[in-house]
Write a protein that binds this ligand. Structure first.
Ligand code: 5GP
Ligand code: ZN
Length: 114
């Protein structure tokens, strides 16, 4: 079975690109939860944080360095929130590690609904 985000990275599935470098691809979420809602994915497929180890931990630094650049490129100077839904209880539905970047409001609201 194919991976949707691998297909988005390869261009097989269309997406609205926001940023790309050698390692990371970032695109608009199809169902935005804030005025700015972008997903950053590594070009190397990993399921989620549970698959990280000494050999692939560069995935996280590559992603966060890309987010640093995206924030500058998109003028997210008021702040932004990054979210990783890891596993079923967190609502992960796409099994390719991704970081949500949310912004575009003066107040993004509480971190979690109680
Ligand atoms: P998760 O719940 O796994 O953390 O988040 C998956 C995210 O992927 C959701 O916010 C959902 O809206 C987004 N998404 C699902 N399918 C597509 C798609 O085909 N294209 C884009 N751009 N986003 C998608
Ligand atoms: Zn994948």
């Amino acid at each position: 079975m194919g991976c949707l985000f691998c297909n988005i990275i390869s261009g097989k599935t269309p997406s609205t690109k926001v940023f790309e470098n050698e390692k990371v691809y970032a695109f608009k979420d199809i169902n935005p939860q804030a005025p700015f809602h972008v997903l950053a994915v590594h070009k190397e497929h990993t399921k989620n944080i549970d698959e990280l180890n000494e050999n692939n931990s560069h995935i996280m630094s590559d992603l966060f360095l890309a987010i640093n650049q995206i924030a500058k490129q998109e003028n997210l100077d008021k702040g932004y929130r990054v979210i990783i839904n890891n596993g079923p209880a967190a609502g992960q539905v796409i099994w390719h590690l991704h970081i949500h970047i949310l912004a575009g409001k003066d107040d993004l609201g509480p971190m979690l609904l109680k």
